[in-house]
Design a protein around this ligand. Structure first.
Ligand SMILES: *Cc1c(COP(=O)(O)O)cnc(C)c1O
Length: 285
């Protein structure tokens, strides 16, 4: 006996045309040589990773980015094989072998991760694509400036052995959505000096990158070779301080629709729901 599913009373509609338009808007905001990595982590911010990834590529994105290796491997398994895919949130014991075989760009923030990559490269007999992540001030993932020379040195040794190829140098902003925040310039300075160190030591990266959506939209000096927009792809302004979506030329990709269950008039000063965190300012519907 098959059961009929209950009718859907609420749904999220995804407009891939809007997503493609957002990619074109972002493309127009960056110099022609700057590549665009569409960030499709967390199931494309809930919009559906594979379909959003395909739409972003159709509209001119050059790379895809995910947080976890599992998300990146799922893109490869769906047949997205002809573009570079990077993932940055690795933990010990993660599928490094599969990552190498799927030709993922794997982020490395510390020596433990480089050690796992090396071992996986030996096991698979292939060269791993590795991007070294600098902590320029975010204070989350990434290698501290003091530890950077050692990480760069070890990565170059692994490269000489043919185990890895260092394809990228990168970092991430803490406050790019707060215009004029002093950490932005400070992170950029630190990033430049960490790049300088790595390049003088002999790293020849394909891409250097630090810009998320707000930096892509408002800080051209942060674009380097590649930008990594996430929220802007989905048509959402990164912050009211930067403007509305419409002012930024972005179209919302998701629309939530539901049936209205009740309409009623309430007086002024009426608390609404648990905790009464909202109180009506006047008589209203
Ligand atoms: C989520 C994420 C992005 C995209 O950030 P948005 O602010 O959504 O554009 C870029 N880079 C990294 C490392 C991320 O984790």
């Amino acid at each position: 006996m098959t059961e009929t599913p209950p009718p859907r009373r609420a749904r999220a509609e995804i407009d891939l045309g809007a997503l493609r338009a957002n990619v074109r808007t972002l493309r127009a905001r960056v110099a022609p040589h700057v590549r665009i990595m569409g960030v499709v982590k967390a199931d494309a911010y809930g919009h559906g990773a594979v379909r959003c990834a395909r739409a972003a590529l159709e509209a001119g994105a050059d790379w895809l980015g995910t947080a976890t290796p599992h998300e990146a491997l799922a893109l490869r398994a769906a047949g997205i094989t002809d573009v570079p895919v990077m993932c940055w949130l690795w933990t010990p014991g993660d599928p490094w072998d599969e990552g190498i075989e799927a030709d993922l760009d794997m982020s490395v923030s510390g020596l433990w991760a480089l050690e796992e990559v090396r071992a996986a490269a030996r096991r698979t007999g292939r060269t791993a694509r590795v991007q070294l992540k600098a902590d320029t001030g975010l204070g989350r993932n990434g290698c501290q400036p003091a530890d950077w020379p050692q990480l760069v040195g070890e990565a170059l040794r692994a490269q000489e052995e043919g185990l890895v190829r260092v394809t990228g140098l990168w970092s991430h902003f803490a406050c790019a959505d707060e215009p004029g925040h002093p950490s932005i310039a400070a992170q950029l300075d630190t990033f430049r000096s960490m790049l300088d160190h790595a390049e003088k030591a002999g790293v020849e990266p394909e891409v250097r990158h630090i810009a998320n959506s707000p930096a892509t939209l408002t800080l051209p000096e942060t674009h380097f070779d590649l930008v990594r927009p996430g929220i802007a792809l989905y048509g959402v302004s990164p912050s009211p301080d930067l403007g509305t979506s419409a002012e930024l030329g972005l179209r919302p990709v998701m629309t939530l629709k539901a049936s209205v269950a009740l309409v009623k008039q309430v007086p002024a000063g009426h608390g609404v729901s648990y905790g009464h965190h909202y109180v009506t300012g006047g008589e209203t519907t």
